[in-house]
Write a protein that binds this ligand. Structure first.
Ligand code: CAA
Length: 239
């Protein structure tokens, strides 16, 4: 049974991805940071193992992945770098802390997690790495210089690591979701939400399952010829 690890895997899009992978026969591990109540509830509902560590910190990732290996007796085959936060504000008002937090959690985390799992994937000559970018990493968004920079950074990272890994049976791809209905998008002010929906050809926010389905495709052994690419799932927004 292949082992799939989903960062930020107990809430929002991550929770949908974890559930979909489990239903497809993977042995799934969901990472979370601090929200233990949500993680325990998720575990009770799904029986998916949950492990806590901070993906923005390299040493915590080494420890966390080590704990997963000890508990499951195997190495990660599929890594979904999904953990992400927003700290939106107009740039002229942005606190440096909110810059560093978003870059740390959304981009440095991808380095950290890939750096920890890639040696065993190279040994096994198999791996699937799926990085969550965003429509706003491709087109920018008012109030999101930090988030857009992190999500655009993921795209360059994905292409470079894909080149390095192609001969080792490891694919590295990105998914760029548009606006998906989750806690994260619930906090957007209603007037701004309306403006955003006005710019989406399909005329609505996306659903978590519409992202999880794409993860299943990229994780599959049969997707071995797809690497270094970005799958845009955004209701038809022109980029
Ligand atoms: N498009 C165009 N203009 C916009 C805009 C948008 N989406 N959002 C805000 N603006 C404009 C406002 O109309 C305003 O213009 P004026 O100065 O000419 O009046 C200007 O930008 C400043 O906006 P606010 O008055 O709202 O400023 P604020 O300081 O009160 O709030 C903010 C700033 C918190 C960033 C708020 O604008 C906001 O929440 N924006 C939405 C940010 C957003 O879309 N976040 C996505 C979160 S979900 C996510 O990130 C998931 C994903 O991957 C898609």
């Amino acid at each position: 049974m292949k082992i799939a690890l989903v960062t930020g895997g107990t809430r929002g899009i991550g929770s949908g991805i974890s559930r979909a992978l489990k239903e497809s026969g993977y042995l799934v591990v969901a990472n979370y940071n601090k929200d233990i109540d949500t993680a325990e509830k998720f575990h009770e509902e799904t029986e998916i193992s949950v492990f806590s560590w901070d993906v923005s910190d390299y040493d915590s990732c080494v420890r966390g992945v080590g704990e997963v290996r000890d508990a499951l007796g195997g190495d990660v085959d599929v890594l979904v770098n999904n953990a992400g936060i927003t700290r939106d504000s107009m740039f002229h008002k942005m606190d440096p802390t909110d810059w560093h937090r978003v870059i740390g959690t959304n981009l440095t985390s991808v380095f950290n997690m890939c750096r920890v799992v890639i040696p065993t994937m190279r040994e096994k000559k198999f791996g699937r790495i799926i990085n969550m970018s965003s429509v706003n990493g491709l087109k920018g968004q008012v109030g999101q210089t930090n988030y857009s920079a992190a999500k655009a950074g993921i795209l360059g990272f994905t292409k470079a690591l894909a080149l390095e890994s192609a001969s080792k049976g490891i694919t590295v791809n990105a998914i760029a979701p548009g606006y998906i209905s989750t806690d994260m998008t619930d906090t957007i002010r209603d007037d701004i939400k309306e403006k955003i929906i006005g710019g989406i050809p399909v005329g609505r926010f996306g659903k978590i399952d519409e992202i999880a389905h794409a993860v299943l495709y990229l994780a599959d052994e049969r997707a071995s010829y797809v690497t270094g690419t970005t799958l845009n799932i955004n209701g038809g927004q022109y980029l």
